[in-house]
Design a protein around this ligand. Structure first.
Ligand SMILES: Cc1cc2nc3c(=O)[nH]c(=O)nc-3n(C[C@H](O)[C@H](O)[C@H](O)COP(=O)(O)O)c2cc1C
Length: 454
């Protein structure tokens, strides 16, 4: 039987996420400062049996392009941008099964406070929380957290390794399973002998513990990651349960999927311990013509400079500094390395800067685009699944709520008819829904080694 497709909605608590210019679209109702808007979105996604909504986040402006933040502000390039974690309680209250994955960087948020916030949300959602672990790629974010410049790319991952050790100790090791006794007769809420300091002393963090939250349903939230550089993939393969990748072709996607699973196995894990989600845009109409018309209208309204501001932040490359006829060359930056490699060292042919600009401007150019009637879109999704080994899709949004509404109303029923998509949620926490089992991280995951703290 074919593997069931997993679906994430990819979004941001921002005026615009990755579809620059489309805030001007007449159907755009992205009222991101309204709680009603987010609650309605959660209900819609749950109606479509989505596995989770995944909130991206950044902590600075995209100011590499033209050496300025102006283009980002003009076009709402992930700015203004509010805290995504604060939406989750309300969205969870209105739903029963939808998961919530939230991006929090290891470079700027202190691990003790982060661990408490995740535990709180895991309690309040009944175990539906995931954490997208990022090291953050914007120099402007570093300047907002007391640094003159960004910590170097690979050093950020080293710091992230230690960060994870701290939070694993807090989540997995600090409170024993039976530490909370709520014993009325003895007058004891928690047994002090079963709650442990973590006494972490490392190169970057000193945390005494114990964890200040009692164990939540999942303890460690579901762990997600999207680093695509060599170092990023090493990190993912060790820690991540869900990996997000940008996708450009069957071949490159299959390469990443196989590579991440092989690296997971080298880390003592199993290939199926990692679910891979491919970023994609879906434009669907009742007919192909209707879908094509939707894309034409979106293309007409899309912004020429917003995508360049975004690419500047991801890559550290300011495309405005080059002649469009220059060839694009590889430059190692401390932003995200995969965004530069894609158009240089990993490209099949040498690309001119003008060609790169054209690609990043195109809707779906940065990742993939599946367009057509509901049946054609389902065919497209099926082909990606069969040819690459991915587990599902991380659905980018173009116009909200339209993009997700179309998928729920038009595509999901076709996938269900073909037996490629669930018809009801499995019970349990987010981890149990995705992986089955006990809902705890397996013994072969590195977090497990911090379970029995003295
Ligand atoms: C689908 C997807 C979503 C991402 N979301 C975020 C995000 O919300 N915030 C962030 O700082 N980085 C985000 N990233 C960036 C990566 O986590 C990573 O930091 C970046 O790719 C640079 O690391 P690398 O050089 O290892 O690729 C995302 C990447 C992908 C592919």
């Amino acid at each position: 039987m074919a593997k069931k497709i997993l679906l994430n909605a990819f979004d941001m608590n921002s005026a615009m996420h990755n579809a620059h210019g489309l805030w001007r679209h007449p159907l755009n109702q992205r009222n991101y400062t309204s709680l009603d808007y987010w609650v309605e979105q959660a209900k819609l996604l749950e109606r479509g049996l989505f596995d989770a909504i995944f909130f991206a986040d950044v902590l600075g402006y995209y100011d590499t392009y033209q050496g300025s933040r102006d283009a980002a502000l003009r076009d709402a390039v992930q700015v203004p941008n509010n805290d995504p974690t604060l939406l989750i309680s309300a969205m969870a209250y209105a739903t029963k099964h939808l998961g919530f994955a939230v991006t929090v960087p290891t470079t700027y948020e202190m691990p003790f406070a982060h661990a408490r916030r995740m535990s709180t949300l895991d309690h309040l959602t009944g175990g539906r929380i995931g954490w997208n672990i990022v090291t953050s790629f914007l120099p402007s974010a570093a300047r907002n957290f007391g640094m003159d410049k960004m910590i170097a790319h690979d050093d950020r991952y080293e710091m992230a390794e230690e960060y994870l050790e701290v939070v694993y100790k807090l989540w997995e090791g600090s409170w024993e399973d039976d530490a909370v006794v709520r014993d009325l007769a003895r007058g004891m809420y928690a047994d002090p002998a079963k709650v442990h300091e973590i006494r972490h002393e490392g190169a970057h963090f000193r945390v005494a513990g114990p964890h200040i939250s009692e164990p939540s349903p999942q303890r460690t939230p579901l762990l997600l990651q999207a680093g695509a550089s060599g170092r990023g993939r090493e990190f993912s393969a060790k820690h991540a349960e869900c990996v997000f990748i940008d996708s450009h072709s069957f071949e490159s996607t299959k390469f990443y999927v196989d590579d991440i699973r092989a690296k997971a196995v080298a880390n003592g894990r199993r290939p199926e311990d990692v679910k891979v989600f491919m970023a994609t845009n879906i434009v669907v109409g009742r007919t192909r013509e209707e879908a094509e018309e939707k894309l034409r209208e979106m293309t007409r309204l899309s912004s020429p400079e917003g995508p360049l501001a975004l690419y500047g932040g991801f890559s550290g490359i300011d495309l405005s500094q080059y002649d469009p006829d220059d060839y694009m060359g590889y430059k190692a930056t401390d932003h995200g390395q995969a965004s530069v490699a894609r158009f240089t060292t990993q490209s099949e042919k040498r690309l001119k800067v003008g060609e790169v600009i054209e690609t990043v401007r195109k809707i779906g150019g940065r990742n993939s685009l599946i367009l057509g009637s509901p049946e054609e879109v389902a065919d497209g999704m099926q082909a990606w699944m069969e040819n690459t080994g991915i587990d599902g899709f991380n659905l980018a949004n173009l116009i909200l709520p339209g993009t997700f509404q179309d998928v729920v109303d038009l595509v999901v029923p076709v996938l269900q008819e073909r037996g490629l998509y669930k018809t009801e949620y499995d019970p349990g926490t987010l981890r149990e829904k995705l992986f089955g089992g006990s809902g705890r991280l397996p013994e072969r995951h590195p977090a497990a080694s911090f379970r029995n703290l003295p």
